[in-house]
Design a protein around this ligand. Structure first.
Ligand SMILES: [Zn+2]
Length: 341
């Protein structure tokens, strides 16, 4: 059996010499030190040996096992070193090549526009207030003077959710109620920016999602003059002193009187184009004096308090500013469009 062990050693060490890669080395380990290797079979037979033989063979077998293990790790380390040398030689880094620049992310044009309008209002002393994008029917319509049967609901084609009575807000106006209920009876000068959702026929001017900025001022002696002055001032801050705006009489259930607020179309300089529907003007939003019923729902006494509100579409403002001809560009995720801002 001692001769057998000598043979095992000789064969094992010889075959180890010629191994050049990790896979063969692993095969060698299994063949020579694995469970069914000749050496392990000798360990299995130790029990059958006589008392005199057992310690002699056992010692020799253990020595051989250690010898093979140490030869294995030496070879393994040698292979690792030579692989490293090889990769250092073949993959030498050419530091004379310039690196590839990482492309920098930037703000989405819709976000830029919201921030520009928010900044203009902040300069006028308004505070920013956030309100939820999904609201109950009561907040979306009911508290804004539109009970369930109200025909004005037809103007808002709403996305409903799986939760009964909860829909995505079709306008930022439900936020008016949240602000008023939080601050009544203190005066309010707030804007509420955020995304709105409507089931619209998509066109160059209409999208199913859009940013709106709600403007709400409540206090004593707030007049239509304050409304016109504030929105006119906003237009001048965004587009310069000579920029023209106009108000058209309109109807909203939550304001009385109500108006639509137009900016002159800069795309065609007022001559008429597809973006302004050949009118020379682009509707930026609706506005008006807060309806007494809405004031009351917000917790204010309409005998004592008055207020104005407006909802402005910021993508429309961005379209004017950068002569963007199609609102669909904002959500098309086309890098050629987005990279221009
Ligand atoms: Zn135009």
């Amino acid at each position: 059996m001692l001769i057998e062990l000598d043979q095992i050693e000789q064969i094992a060490l010889q075959s180890l010499e010629s191994i050049q890669d990790e896979a063969s080395l692993e095969n060698w380990r299994v063949a020579n030190l694995g469970r069914s290797s000749p050496l392990m079979q000798i360990f299995d037979q130790l029990g059958k040996l006589s008392k005199e033989e057992r310690p002699v063979i056992g010692r020799r077998a253990n020595e051989l096992k250690r010898a093979l293990e140490s030869a294995f790790s030496t070879r393994s380390e040698a292979l690792r070193q030579s692989a490293l040398q090889h990769s250092l030689q073949s993959e030498r880094l050419d530091i004379t090549l310039p690196g590839r620049a990482l492309s920098m992310g930037r703000l989405h044009p819709a976000t830029i526009s919201v921030r520009e309008v928010v900044r203009a209002f902040a300069d006028m002393g308004f505070q920013v207030y956030r309100s939820p994008e999904a609201e109950t029917d009561e907040y979306n319509f009911g508290l804004l003077n539109m009970p369930p049967h109200h025909p004005a609901r037809d103007m808002y084609d709403t996305f409903y959710t799986n939760m009964p009575n909860v829909s995505l807000r079709p306008h930022t106006s439900p936020g008016q109620i949240h602000v008023m209920r939080q601050y009544a009876p203190e005066p309010i000068r707030a804007i509420l920016p955020g995304m709105c959702y409507r089931y619209e026929q998509i066109s160059s001017r209409h999208e199913t999602q859009f940013n709106q900025i709600e403007v709400l001022v409540v206090g004593e002696n707030i007049t239509l003059g304050d409304l016109k002055g504030t929105l006119g001032d906003l237009a001048h801050r965004l587009f310069g002193q000579k920029f023209r705006t106009r108000f058209r009489a309109s109807y909203f259930p939550f304001t009385e009187p109500s108006a639509e607020f137009d900016f002159e179309c800069l795309l065609c300089s007022g001559k008429g184009c597809s973006v302004c529907a050949w009118t020379g003007w682009l509707e930026i939003g609706g506005c008006g004096m807060v309806h007494p019923v809405v004031l009351q729902n917000g917790g204010y006494n309409p005998e004592k308090f008055s207020g104005f509100a407006a909802g402005l579409g910021t993508e429309r403002i961005m379209m004017l500013k950068h002569r963007i001809e199609d609102i669909r560009n904002f959500w098309a995720n086309d890098m050629r469009f987005l990279e221009q801002f």
